[in-house]
Design a binder for this molecule. Structure first.
Ligand code: MSP
Length: 645
């Protein structure tokens, strides 16, 4: 027996984020549609997705939330409305899910790193740059803001950190040759971008370890170093198949990947760094990297702070998951950016799904019920009017599959809709309601109905990867069990005496005005509830000296956008100076004379040339991506120096 051909397809592994928007779903839905299509074509598909959980940012966010990094990522990946929930909602059919914190992956990364070190492609050097001590971050000259740290506005100084480097420069030539093959990276426009912007100016060796944070895969032969997140992340594509681990054993079967589907901003990592790493490891490079465009809003980046507009949960609940999946693939050419809008979404559903597809199904099923009691008779009578529709039924699948094989789902769907539109026109041309008036026309009427059912059946097979749940319902309504790919290429596969069954309306028409109004209602301002920090004992609390202070003077610190400098009466006979980064929220003149709360016994800290002796207390909350900060201001009659207890 012939073995099935394999097809290995991946999405990027996602950063754990609780701000997932419809743009994130775009990439995974597209990959899912292609994976489902390949299964339909009889391939043994391996569809991998997962999460990219290490790095300094996660470490910092976990710290701010008062939990361990592992607890933090667990909540976002597997918690309510986390990544796993989102893929369930979007009906994603991945075969495997990898987390970079999975133990087998971590161990494999250590072996991969060691292998590249042993073969001389990783060497020890020094990471050099401008360093901000409070932020523990290196910055390049161009990242600095007025010579200061772009994060905190503080002073930076030149520093060097011991680090490992990967000899990326050694692979510049073979990677360029690979890019020039013309099939490795698509769309073709991205090839020149990679060569001109990154390879031609000279590929520098890549820093692949850090020592300033710990949330990463430890370099096992040099404690203190953790592996650079992209080396860790990219390798997921092979560790998830069992490369350098015993967790899985299908590396031989599926590698090299048939395609990595990735967003355009990470093409560079996948088409330059990743092949160079694989060359170093002596492994085949993937057959293709496909860099898709972005969903944007009014030409700008999408973000969840834009409210209901881009929340996949809101959109899926309102319009249905299949409609949303279909819209994403039908509307935008995959390689280019697409401008998302609610109007476009609603129009696509109304025009393509309600008017064209849904209507064709419901009219046809209703006519078979009305004229034949639901069961078509065997007697047929052909007519020249049928020829064009029948030839489209026979030919659409090959045009469709050519586009799908090229990763152009948008064009593939265009072919299906040509067929559906032709079928709707065929109803007008054949006018079944007139044929139905004469009993002698019954065989002709049966032919017309059969041809319509065939057009629906064949189209629905091709729509299955995009709208799997809807397809099932349609097959049931038209009484078809001939729904395999071979059946999609064949006019006449449907049983001659097929029985139809009316079902629910597949795509109710959406009232544009009403739906827009509902969607544009501002999302409820629900701030993220942070978990309560672990207990501290009363002595620790009592050790914090917090007192009411009166603001005597307040002024902006020169050359700083954030800092205000306060002199305070803390109840003692000496004025106290405190600097606070709250200029974004308050103007100095509004604060003079107010009574605030400060913690006094923090170690003095130098900021922008001034010494700060303590910290003002304020309440901070992030609502819809916007920070809301309020200084703790107390009543005027509270004497300065009063202690918080
Ligand atoms: N963790 C890295 C990938 C490592 S792969 C070895 C990463 N993660 S991500 O969560 O930021 O992005 C995941 C995918 O979502 C990327 O392909 C990215 O392009 C895609 N999208 C994020 N926003 C998008 C849009 N607005 N539109 C389309 N895709 C976008 O990058």
């Amino acid at each position: 027996m012939n073995e099935k051909k394999t097809f290995y397809i991946t999405t990027p592994i996602y950063y754990p984020s609780d701000k997932l928007h419809i743009g994130h779903a775009y990439c995974t839905v597209a990959t899912d549609c292609i994976a489902r299509y390949k299964r339909l074509r009889g391939y043994d598909v391996m569809f991998l997705t997962g999460t990219d959980e290490h790095g300094q940012k996660i470490e910092e966010k976990a710290k701010a939330a008062g939990v361990t990094p592992q607890e933090f990522v667990d909540r976002i990946v597997a918690g309510e409305k986390g990544i796993l929930d989102l893929w369930k909602l979007m009906n994603i059919s991945n075969d495997r899910f990898i987390r970079t914190t999975d133990e087998y992956h971590v161990k494999s990364i250590q072996k991969i790193f060691k292998k590249m070190y042993d073969n001389g492609d990783i060497y020890k050097g020094a990471y050099k740059g401008m360093y901000c001590t409070p932020c523990e971050s290196f910055w390049t000259e161009s990242q600095l803001k007025d010579g200061k740290c772009p994060d905190c506005g503080g002073e930076v100084h030149y520093a060097e950190e011991e680090a490992y480097f990967f000899r990326l420069s050694k692979y510049a030539k073979p990677v360029q040759e690979l890019l020039e093959t013309g099939t490795f990276l698509e769309p073709a426009s991205r090839v020149n971008e990679m060569i001109n912007n990154f390879i031609k100016p000279g590929l520098e060796d890549l820093c692949v370890s850090r020592t300033s944070f710990t949330w990463g895969v430890p370099v096992d032969f040099d404690p203190g170093h953790v592996v650079y997140v992209w080396v860790d992340a990219l390798s997921n594509y092979i560790t998830a198949l069992g490369y350098m681990n015993d967790e899985y054993d299908d590396f031989e079967k599926y590698w090299p990947a048939d395609v990595h589907i990735v967003g355009k901003e990470i093409v560079r990592f996948h088409s330059i760094i990743w092949p160079a790493m694989l060359m170093s490891l002596g492994i085949d490079v993937p057959k293709k990297v496909y860099g898709h465009g972005w969903l944007v809003i009014d030409g700008g980046k999408m973000s969840k702070s834009k409210g209901n507009v881009v929340d996949p949960y809101v959109l899926a609940e309102k319009f249905g998951v299949d409609s949303l999946r279909f819209f994403l693939m039908r509307t935008f050419p995959f390689g280019s950016d697409g401008n998302f809008s609610n109007e476009l979404l609603i129009n696509t559903i109304n025009i393509d799904l309600a008017n064209t597809y849904g209507n064709l199904v419901s009219r046809t099923v209703a006519m078979v019920e009305k004229y034949f009691g639901g069961k078509l008779i065997k007697d047929r009578s052909a007519d020249a009017l049928d020829d064009e529709l029948i030839s489209m039924i026979e030919q659409t699948s090959s045009a469709y599959s050519a586009h799908m094989d090229e990763f152009h789902p948008h064009f593939a769907l265009e072919e299906v809709f040509k067929l559906l539109n032709r079928a709707n026109k065929y109803i007008d041309e054949t006018a079944p309601w007139i044929l139905a008036k004469e009993e002698e026309n019954k065989p002709r009427l049966a032919s017309v109905m059969y041809n319509l059912l065939e057009a629906i059946r064949v189209s629905t097979i091709m729509l299955t990867p995009f709208m799997p749940e809807t397809a099932e319902k349609v097959f049931e309504q038209i009484g078809s069990d001939k729904n395999s790919w071979d059946d999609a290429c064949r006019y006449g596969a449907l049983d001659a005496e097929t029985t139809v069954k009316k079902g629910e309306t597949l795509f109710p028409r959406i009232d544009m005005e009403k739906a827009l109004k509902e969607l544009e209602k501002p999302a409820p301002a629900k701030a993220e509830a942070k978990p309560v920090l672990p207990n501290v004992d009363i002595d620790h609390f009592a050790a914090c000296d917090m007192r009411v202070c009166k603001i005597l003077t307040c002024e902006a610190v020169p050359k700083s956008e954030k800092l205000l400098k306060f002199t305070l009466d803390d109840g003692s006979d000496k004025e106290r100076t405190i600097l606070s980064g709250i200029h974004k929220f308050y103007e100095p003149e509004d604060l003079i004379g107010k009574k605030v709360v400060a913690i006094l016994n923090l170690p003095p800290r130098k900021m922008m040339g001034f010494e700060s002796n303590g910290m003002l207390l304020s309440a901070l909350k992030e609502v819809d991506g916007k920070e809301i900060l309020n200084l703790m201001i107390v009543n005027d009659d509270v004497p300065e120096g009063s202690q918080l207890c």
